[in-house]
Design a protein around this ligand. Sequence first.
Ligand SMILES: NC(=O)c1ccc[n+]([C@@H]2O[C@H](COP(=O)([O-])OP(=O)(O)OC[C@H]3O[C@@H](n4cnc5c(N)ncnc54)[C@H](O)[C@@H]3O)[C@@H](O)[C@H]2O)c1
Length: 244
Amino acid sequence: MRLLNKKALVTGASRGIGKAIGERFLAEGAELWGLSAGEPADLAGRIAGAGGKLHWISADLGDTNAVEGIIEAVQKEAGGFDILVNNAGVTKDGLSFRMSIADFQKVLDVNLTSAFIIARTVGREMIRKRSGSIINMSSVVGLHGNGGQANYAASKAGLIGITKSLAREMASRGVRVNALAPGFIESDMTAAMSEEAKGKMMEIIPLKRSGKPEDIASAALFLASGDSSYITGQVLSVDGGMFI
Ligand SMILES: NC(=O)c1ccc[n+]([C@@H]2O[C@H](COP(=O)([O-])OP(=O)(O)OC[C@H]3O[C@@H](n4cnc5c(N)ncnc54)[C@H](O)[C@@H]3O)[C@@H](O)[C@H]2O)c1
């Protein structure tokens, strides 16, 4: 029970990586506030073994003007958070020369701007309490780029910049800020890839398998818990060795 009596906010918790993180945090004793876009609140029931320790927020993180107010209200109700995982993310892929500015901006709004707003809103309270762990979900694409994903790569690279800057700003107040950079993880986001693209991906993964959301959840638990108490401002790749 590494997160007993801890309160965690996880965005994008309805499926995939965020859901696995939520389940793992609950199993380790945390009280969880899960946020996702537009899904009905009863979807929360799909998270196993939650009991009364799960609260659900439906909110569109694409509406950057509304985010601060929503998170402030949730935070007030929760009495502050010990852990934040900025995990919600979208893709709107296309070659740069054809990509509409609307598609570029949409990905930046959800993946980067809202994550920044949430981090500083939750971070203010963490600073007041002199403790907390913030985890931003970046990607190997934020570290290395990817053809057809200039918007997504910019958002994920931006998250790394925010992670390192916030880590410097908050370290003296007992708050740690780190990022995870998953590689090729089985989820709805990657299910749409062609078999050919998946095959090419497998060729460059030394561990010779795709990752599972649970692989990311284990790393998130490490960064959320006291096990990583001397680690801040870091980007932890969880990619099967894709970019050794
Ligand atoms: N799957 C991978 O291979 C992979 C690799 C690297 C990084 N990531 C990152 O991990 C995170 C989770 O990815 P996943 O594969 O589980 O994706 P997913 O598509 O299965 O889940 C995305 C989650 O984000 C939420 N979300 C999307 N748009 C939102 C919005 N506008 N407002 C609120 N919530 C919104 C969804 O409701 C869902 O809960 C993302 O940030 C993604 O970029 C994934």
